[in-house]
Design a protein around this ligand. Sequence first.
Ligand code: GLU
Ligand code: MG
Length: 445
Amino acid sequence: METPAEAATRLRDAGCSVVAMHFADSAGMSRVKVIPLRRLESVARNGTGWSDIWAVVTVDEHFALVPPFDTPSGDCRLVPDAACARSLPFLTGYAWAPVDQFTQELEPLPVCPRGVLRTAEARLATLGLTAQATFEVEMTLLRDGQPATPGPGYSVRSLIAVRDFARDLAGALDDACVPVEQVHPEYSPGQFEVSVEPSAPIEAADRLLLLRFTARAVAAAHGLDVSFAPVVFSGGLGNGSHLHLSLWRGDVNLLTGGDGPAGMQPDGAAFVAGIRDELPALMGVVAPSVASYLRLQPGHWAGAYTAWGVENREASLRFIPGTVTSRARSANVELKVTDGAANPYYALACSLHAGRAGVERGATLPEPTQEDPGTLDAAALMARGIRRLPENLGEAAEAFAASAALRDGLGVIQHDALTAVRRKEWSDHGAKSEDELVALHRFAY
Ligand code: GLU
Ligand code: MG
């Protein structure tokens, strides 16, 4: 493992002079502190200060006061993970590092997003299992407040409108060790998508933050602004941040090579079933904003029902078997409901806890749903055990609050903190108009 001193030398040799320490908070918003590179060793040892009340911040930067985060007193330490720091050649002189949070006694903070995800991975490891993950990020590019691409979806016309951005973003991400699989203009005017290779979960969440950081830098260099919000224009289609997951025992992908549903192996199917069973509660972390529910409408390919299906883009859980030549590596399940308001560490941690709980109790999957669940009548939905997912943040917050699996996985302090944030965002903003919600969330992430 590279020491902070070795990391500092590596980054200095790459031409860096400062390190951007980047993390995400309870509202899913990006926060950053910049230190001179010469301080990296010292800050990696001692951290830098941050009020621990940010564990309960809401999207409009108020606080959901809940013990122990109910006074202005208290501090925690932000500690850059120096070994994971990387230089950003696109942003001259900058390095980027993800952040762990500790108490002033340098003990793990129960509300450290990376720590929470680390715990979820460790609990999966007790079953001899690991996960691979990646986020497929949709964003909206804006020029002077208007969509920067004209459409049609996936068109050369849209690509050419942002050609320099597209090339520079792909290059800048690769240079920052975020291996790009593809970029393309998405369906709606202004929409643009980036897919990156799967990795271990913490790296996948780190990459999502770094992808947003890089996209902002590249967009600014081209006179563009970028929104990762679930909905950017009233009445428009939304931006997802679809979470792809696979489950592994050693080097065997348990989502393929078996004789279970869609070729899954028993533990793989139980993992997917565990996520499916917990979907309403998971909404509290994967679609965690009031605006998320403007996006999650039937017929929008975002997933509005508790259904799983094979390559079904209207299912909230889309199983992707992969091509016959790549299946052993690439078979995965996509949690389509996930959006850009999600703190990626919490989204991943809760998904892993739900999946692990499914493995532990031997959860089973019903038959896959291959139709659009929105076209099934009430009797068919009932027969297949399909329910409408929460239709607003208020319902999602209560499903999250009631989840024993997520409370056990996150721990009481973290679960109470996130519950309080979701409830406050709903009570403060739930009655707002679509225009007001769009404006509130547009540049939050
Ligand atoms: N933009 C859609 C969403 O809100 C997803 C479209 C797609 O399947 O890529 O998630
Ligand atoms: Mg897409």
